[in-house]
Design a protein around this ligand. Sequence first.
Ligand SMILES: [Zn+2]
Length: 238
Amino acid sequence: MSAAHRVLVVGAGGLGSPLLRLLAVAGGSRVEHITIIDDDLVEESNLHRQTLYSSEDVGRSKIERAAGTLRDLSPGLSVRTVQGRFVPDTAMELLSDHTLVVEGADNLATKFLVADAAHLAGVPAVQAGAIRWAGWALCALPDSACLRCLFEDIPRDRIETCAEAGVVGPVVGVLGGLEAALVVRVLRGERPGGELWHYDALAGALRKTLVRRRSDCPLCAGEIQDLRVERYTAACAA
Ligand SMILES: [Zn+2]
């Protein structure tokens, strides 16, 4: 793995902020290019956890502000921005020329879509989620356990998103950093596939467990062969 790497980052919010900063300056792992996709504007109420932005950025496009900061941090870095959501129609095309995808979306539908698209494309996926004072990060390699080995499917009843329930800044700071560490390890040729990191800020506990591939996982067992839209609409956060 000595080639230069192209990384797709889905979400430039609370998790994406520390993650993007760290990847931009991760010289030893040869990140040559970062594509950022997000559809949001910077909001005052999110500044406490979206540490890539300042009060001057309020009302402006997150990806444009993020790209500007990354180019300042690392002038040689190639950065592409995609204004929009990560959706089934364009997921495979976006993934196609990237070494790895890392996700910090604020809703479960996007998390499952990233997991499915990465698996179908044979690309490693680093994913994370956080709510209130706790969260998790998972590394899925094409031959390791995936998000669906862990959670199976989007819950059919309505669930809270972090935008509704709130998440504290230090939690996404830690988890975005853990995601960056997993990305760097994969790019350096290590195999952290199936590693699940769980962080509970109130309990002061960071724990690593190894998730094993489930024989009845619909994604790993090959039942899921396409990205049909219905799969990702059930709990899509409004
Ligand atoms: Zn699986």
